[in-house]
Write a protein that binds this ligand. Structure first.
Ligand SMILES: *Cc1c(COP(=O)(O)O)cnc(C)c1O
Length: 389
């Protein structure tokens, strides 16, 4: 019976209890205020949060909604597409990106991702364009931007809308070759984000938002998220919409958390830098490759192994050592039962398929202690030594 080391203190994939303990008085005060005001739907905190997040993102318009999946659907609804119109989606992403298009009767057209940055390959996206293509959905996976210079240029050249699924990279910044910098999610026609509790800015429940630099589109998105009702015109429904609102309670809590987001991002980046240093030279392990032009807010710290058997073996070893890990994502979109109707074959997106077999995300949240991070890297190193010997 082999013996495994023990962590200095229990390690979680994310540790919201600890995060909340640090800011409990501020959260309590926000809760109290919502009770006092008792405006649980579209209370003042919702607009205040939207304004503060917009400022944080360099002056973007923010339209809060119920969750990140609704945000994607609302973003597509704002483009006035026809059933059967095509939307290009990376083959390697969370299912919501394609789902939002599919439930609207649009056709998600999958495109390959880049092997090192895991984000949409602009050349593959271009190759997937047909006369029915209307939009490209870029996903800023794990916390850094897809190649926004190439994708924006492609969309402008081919007259397509660019939608940024920014559920994982809130606070990341893209710098264009001319030196202008823009917050992730505010580059395309519409950006979306999610406040699912595990996201970098997480609510205590579901939440999401739409991001745009265009005030007219922000107004349209607001209507779409509120039963198609124009602002201030109760019971006049201009268009078909959804009931997709951010609760006042969540907005109040998110206002508190937004004030801490930069400090938390710094911590994530410090943990990532430590991992980089400690893991970079280990045989058979590739640390995350940074996309030039983007900052990285490390929603996930995802290493890749050279083969599935080694990835699975490392995951089991770490589990035995008390180190949780996750596989985001174990199955590419074209191999999901619900998307069989799209007619793709195994092998058609070989980069996405290989990533599903070889990625492994390590704990990277802001509450990790230095001793915990050191312990994680020690375990990974020991595994490589055992595997070699
Ligand atoms: C979390 C996530 C979503 C969905 O957000 P919800 O708020 O859970 O609906 C969409 N896209 C990506 C890439 C995500 O990580």
């Amino acid at each position: 019976m082999p013996t495994f080391p023990k962590p200095p203190s229990p390690i979680q994939m994310l540790d919201l209890a600890v995060q909340h303990a640090y800011i409990q008085p501020e959260l309590d005060e926000a809760l109290r205020r919502v009770f006092d005001e008792s405006a649980f739907i579209q209370g003042p905190d919702v607009a205040d949060f939207a304004g503060e997040l917009g400022q944080y993102l360099g002056g973007a318009q923010v339209v809060p909604c119920a969750n990140g999946t609704d945000a994607l659907q609302l973003a597509l609804m704002s483009l006035h597409l026809q059933p059967g119109d095509e939307v290009i989606v990376p083959a390697f992403t969370y299912v919501a990106t394609a789902e939002a298009a599919a439930v609207l009767g649009l056709r998600p057209v999958l495109a390959e991702v880049l092997p090192h940055t895991f984000t949409l390959d602009p050349a593959a996206a271009e190759a997937a364009i047909t006369p029915r293509t209307r939009a490209i959905m870029a996903v800023h996976l794990y916390g850094q931007c897809a190649d926004l210079t190439a994708l924006r240029q492609l969309c402008q050249r081919r007259k397509l809308a660019l939608i940024e699924d920014n559920a994982q990279a809130l606070g990341a910044v893209w710098t264009f070759p001319d030196g202008t910098a823009q917050a992730a999610g505010t580059v395309g026609e519409v950006g979306t984000t999610s406040f699912f509790p595990s996201k970098n800015l997480g609510a205590l429940g579901d939440g999401g938002a739409l991001l745009t630099r265009d005030p007219a589109r922000a107004e349209l998105l607001y209507e779409l998220a509120n039963h198609g009702q124009a602002r201030g015109r109760k019971y006049v429904h201009q268009r078909l919409g959804l009931n997709s609102r951010l609760d006042t309670l969540q907005a109040a809590l998110l206002r508190v958390k937004l004030r801490h987001l930069d400090a938390w991002t710094d911590r994530r980046q410090a943990v990532a830098a430590y991992y980089d240093e400690a893991l970079r030279s280990l045989p058979g392990i590739r640390v995350p490759v940074r996309q030039p032009g983007s900052t990285h807010v490390f929603h996930q710290y995802t290493i890749t192994l050279d083969q599935q058997a080694r990835r699975d073996d490392l995951q089991n070893y770490l589990k035995a050592c008390g180190v949780p890990t996750m596989i985001y994502y174990p199955r590419p979109l074209h191999q999901q039962p619900a998307y069989e109707y799209l007619g793709y074959r195994e092998g058609q997106f070989s980069v996405a398929e290989t990533l599903c077999r070889t990625v492994l995300s390590l704990p990277v949240h802001p509450e990790l202690s230095e001793a915990q991070v050191a312990y994680v890297t020690k375990c990974v190193r020991e595994w490589t030594e055992n595997a070699a010997g």
